[in-house]
Design a protein around this ligand. Structure first.
Ligand SMILES: [Zn+2]
Ligand SMILES: [Zn+2]
Length: 129
């Protein structure tokens, strides 16, 4: 089992199943939501993701049908969810343990911060795919 939480600990979760390959997203909304150069995310099936503390969890709908869930106390972005999907998009910075997932690629490189250089051997996509 993998556990994770926000910075203050009010939002906590457990993951019982697999975490998909990791994608580094450079889109402008991820950059703003995380206040960082990019966001490292992976998919987890809804049935494998259980909130064990979520009183202070709220979401911001950053684009139609995409909700970004964050802790209202400390501001950590914990996961995102698209309507009509059966998985959440976990923000890996909130994971406590080794997620045992491998890096797959960089996406939305067309929106990458000008001040950040990607130095990796991973594939790079200009947009989502
Ligand atoms: Zn918090
Ligand atoms: Zn993004």
């Amino acid at each position: 089992m993998t556990t994770g939480n926000c910075l203050c600990g009010k939002v906590q979760y457990e993951i019982t199943g697999e975490i998909s390959d990791i994608v580094h997203c450079h889109c402008i909304t991820c950059r703003k939501a995380h206040g960082s150069a990019f966001s490292s995310v992976a998919a987890v099936n809804d049935s494998d993701f259980k909130l064990t503390g979520g009183d202070s969890l709220k979401y911001f709908e950053s684009s139609e049908g995409k909700k970004r869930y964050f802790c209202t106390n400390c501001g950590t972005h914990v996961y995102a969810k698209r309507d009509a999907t059966a998985h959440i998009i976990l923000r890996l910075g909130s994971v406590n343990d080794d997620p045992k997932a491998k890096e797959k690629k960089h996406i939305w490189v067309s929106q990458k911060a000008s001040w950040y250089s990607i130095n990796s051997n991973l594939p790079e996509s200009m947009e989502f795919e």
